[in-house]
Design a protein around this ligand. Structure first.
Ligand SMILES: Cc1cc2nc3c(=O)[nH]c(=O)nc-3n(C[C@H](O)[C@H](O)[C@H](O)COP(=O)(O)OP(=O)(O)OC[C@H]3O[C@@H](n4cnc5c(N)ncnc54)[C@H](O)[C@@H]3O)c2cc1C
Length: 409
């Protein structure tokens, strides 16, 4: 008998969790994604300063135990009548179509610029490994340029001003990594610049980490003050120029690097599809992740949410929904009854610098050094392969013993 054709769009948390759960003997699986690797985003901020190396947190999609076909391409459109998708290859822009019996949309989300002028052109984002690589390169470039003799005082101070827009977990973790880099490695590599470096976090609301418990958020604020990370709350950016950020109150902040981390919005692909969506553009599904109005199209992860329960856009939601859907397809093949999905919230973690972390768990609110040890061990166990675990462990040890590498290439 011919096996049903299952197409999965994406190679992120949701898609990989599905792939690892589904019995690949029961259906013909094709993966389509512009990214030919899985990226473990929770440790992405650590790669921007070299605490962890880039390749330690990715896993090539072709090396898995899976028997799935993979195409490095972007899904462009879905024809729900003929059950076909049109894709475009990443390298050659070749268009091709694939037919499906079941389609799973797990394409994630993209950084939200709120269409603020200049953000796209002058800010860097922190979403993909390429983004982290650009940030790392720019940091070292600025440090080298600031060390050049004869450079004006104003220009030197501008180059050494690192601004983060967005005080959510990603912005905070990046600021924390920057702080560690500046306090641990600058003294050795760029001693003359140490006193001039400034790290500034601009947050539109009145506190950082506002999804965390109030006390933990206040603790993070105090630690940032102690670390000389400047947190400016109620700061709304209205424009980003080549060298300056302009705030709503008219003030101007010259910068050498600006990292934009103000949350997510939907991809062009999702926005252009005629599928039912919530007001923020996420595809609406039922508790079996079937897109409302369809029985063979499913959507999981950051690009979707359940109609009766707005799910947070996090890796743990994406992983749980991917695993659920893997079991769902196995049950279809075995003609077993389906149970609706129930989300279990395990809590949130964030690194805040100087070997301190926060843990906002359902029963425990942890902070400080012991929570940092917990943070490290939790992510080490969550990494998807033994190779990743060994590489990350080795990187941590290397950074502890020899410091971060400041070579630029
Ligand atoms: C820096 C950072 C730190 C984070 N830290 C945490 C954390 O500590 N804890 C936590 O729970 N969450 C964290 N998150 C959020 C978490 O990464 C996301 O919620 C999670 O990745 C969502 O999984 P996903 O599978 O929906 O999307 P993703 O993991 O983003 O994967 C989307 C996939 O779809 C592909 N794709 C995009 N467009 C198309 C298309 N048109 N056709 C085909 N494929 C496409 C992409 O290339 C990618 O492979 C963090 C995010 C970032 C950026």
């Amino acid at each position: 008998m011919e096996k049903p054709k299952l197409i999965i769009l994406g190679t992120g948390f949701a898609a990989l969790s599905l792939l690892r759960k589904v019995n690949t003997k029961l259906c013909d699986i094709t993966l389509v994604s512009p990214r030919n690797h899985f990226l473990f985003t929770p440790l992405l901020p650590s790669t921007t300063v070299g605490t962890i190396e880039f390749r330690s947190i990715i896993e090539p999609i072709r090396t898995g135990r899976t028997r799935a076909e993979f195409y490095q391409a972007t899904a462009v459109s879905i024809d729900t009548d003929t059950q076909k998708i049109v894709c475009e290859s990443v390298a050659g822009k070749n268009r091709f179509s694939l037919s499906y019996d079941y389609l799973v949309i797990a394409v994630g989300a993209v950084s939200n610029t709120f269409q603020i002028p200049g953000v796209e052109e002058h800010a860097l984002f922190l979403k993909e490994l390429g983004d982290a690589r650009l940030i790392r390169k720019k940091i070292i470039q600025n440090l080298e340029q600031a060390s050049i003799p004869g450079i004006s005082e104003d220009e030197r101070l501008r180059l050494l001003r690192f601004v983060i827009v967005g005080g959510g977990p990603t912005g905070v973790e990046f600021a924390a990594e920057m702080h560690d880099f500046m306090s641990d490695d600058l003294m050795k590599s760029y001693p003359s610049l140490v006193s001039d470096v400034r790290i500034i976090v601009l947050e539109a609301t009145n506190k950082i980490l506002n999804t965390f418990d109030e006390k933990l958020s206040e603790y993070a604020f105090r630690i940032f003050q102690r670390q000389h990370i400047e947190v400016r709350t109620e700061s709304i950016v209205t424009r980003v120029d080549e060298r300056e950020i302009i705030l709503r109150d008219g003030s101007r902040i010259p910068f050498g690097l600006v990292v934009w981390s103000t949350g997510n919005t939907q991809t062009q692909f999702i926005s252009s599809q005629q599928l039912p969506k919530n007001p923020t553009g996420r595809i609406l599904t039922n508790r079996y992740f079937q897109v409302t109005g369809f029985t063979n199209i499913f959507a999981i992860g950051d690009c979707a949410t359940i109609e009766e329960e707005d799910l947070p856009a996090t890796a743990q939601v994406a992983m749980q929904s991917g695993k659920y859907l893997g079991r769902y397809f196995n049950r279809i093949a075995n003609e077993q009854q389906q149970k609706p999905f129930i989300y279990k919230h395990f809590g949130m973690l964030a690194y805040i610098g100087s070997n301190r972390a926060l843990a906002d768990l359902p029963r425990i609110k942890g902070k400080g050094f012991s929570t940092w040890l917990f943070w490290r061990s939790a992510y080490l166990t969550k990494l998807v392969s033994l190779k990743n675990k060994m590489l990350v462990l080795f990187d941590w040890l290397k950074t502890f013993l020899f410091g971060r590498d400041v070579s630029n290439f």
